[in-house]
Design a protein around this ligand. Structure first.
Ligand SMILES: Nc1nc2c(ncn2[C@@H]2O[C@H](COP(=O)(O)OP(=O)(O)OP(=O)(O)O)[C@@H](O)[C@H]2O)c(=O)[nH]1
Ligand SMILES: [Mg+2]
Length: 317
């Protein structure tokens, strides 16, 4: 056989091996990415773990991932096998390379087809995970609660300098608003939760309650905003009962009551509110209430206590 003939055969083998490598690498890398991208549930921050568990069907997703990873291994095996067979072809058998490639393509596409359902399930879960809010799990955090129109967003704006970041949250049509409070060179995270902690929990379904409970793992404190003027449309008694409910739900987490709109409330309204919320901070337009300092103080204390007790680390992701 001439040298040029030998090169042609070698070239043909190389080309066929390349075809197998290209197709199988494309598929197996795609599958590998799915396996790597999905968070390890044992390591994920408990706040996100709660959210993930209430947002996606975790068993179905893990099953899909198991399937994907097993099929990926089979693809790698098939690839090695097909390439080995081509490499082992005698010079006289060069025409057999084409059928080996075609057989490989056939099995690859059969495997991919079998994965359809799992990939679909995985993609659905991955899309939902991408939509989870991006909050900082390593900062001392307070969440703002209270009936609608009590002034939660206004307070967040007053306490934090820059425009709040917005983040979607499952279980509510509204978005979380996240601001950062700097005090004594320390940074604290404040989260306004419109549509979440603004009405009795009994009005929530199970999944929504799980989404609300997730905040137990994130927050060191809850700032509960009260409107004494009733401009918000909710009588003080209702606000008191929501306050009690939130305290119970978030047992062990500091709750800071704030009587807002003190600039416009009547003396009588203020007295009634102070009686109902004796330790509340008095807040309002152009009122120097020291609310920012109070929140920072509480958050710092709670954060340090938790760290020194070595309690289940809620922080860190
Ligand atoms: N006079 C007075 N009005 C206030 C004060 N804080 C808020 N408001 C007004 O109260 C209304 C509601 O304020 P928001 O900050 O939007 O209330 P919210 O609690 O975020 O409302 P939702 O997002 O619907 O739950 C607005 O018209 C504000 O201007 C205050 O301290 N004094
Ligand atoms: Mg608001």
């Amino acid at each position: 056989m001439l040298k040029s003939e030998r090169n042609v055969i070698k070239d043909a083998k190389g080309k066929n091996i390349k075809r197998i490598e290209t197709s199988s690498n494309y598929v197996s890398e795609f599958l590998l990415r799915a396996c790597i991208e999905f968070p390890n549930m044992k390591e994920v921050n408990p706040f996100y773990r709660e959210l993930i568990e209430s947002t996606i069907d975790i068993n179905q997703t893990l099953k899909a991932l198991g399937h994907i990873s097993a099929e990926r291994r089979i693809i790698l095996k098939l690839k090695g096998n097909a390439i080995g067979r081509i490499k082992g072809l005698e010079k006289t058998e060069s025409t057999k390379a084409g059928p080996i490639v075609r057989e490989f393509y056939g099995r690859l596409s059969g495997l991919v087809k079998k994965l359809d359902r799992s990939i679909e399930n995985y993609n659905r879960a991955a899309k939902k995970l991408k939509e989870l809010p991006k909050v900082k799990t390593d900062l001392p955090t307070a969440i703002i609660a209270g009936y609608p129109n009590t002034g939660k967003s206004t307070i967040l704006g007053r306490l934090t300098k820059s425009q709040p970041k917005v983040a979607a949250y499952p279980f509510t049509t509204q978005k979380l608003e996240i601001g950062y409070l700097i005090h004594n060179y320390l940074k604290f995270q404040l989260i306004d939760t419109p549509g979440l902690l603004d009405r009795p929990l009994e009005e929530r379904n199970k999944i929504e309650r799980k989404g609300i409970a997730a905040f137990k793992y994130l927050a060191e404190a809850i700032v509960f905003v009260v409107d004494p003027t009733m401009q918000c449309g909710f009588p003080l008694e209702k606000q008191e009962s929501l306050f009690r409910e939130i305290k119970k739900e978030f047992e062990g987490i500091a709750v800071i009551p704030v009587i807002n709109k003190a600039d416009t409330a009547s003396k009588k309204e203020m007295e009634k509110a102070k009686k109902a919320f004796p330790n509340a901070i008095i807040e309002g337009k152009r009122i120097k209430s020291g609310l920012g300092e109070k929140i920072s103080e509480v958050l710092e204390k709670e954060f340090e206590e938790k760290a020194s007790k070595g309690k289940e680390t809620r922080k860190g992701s």
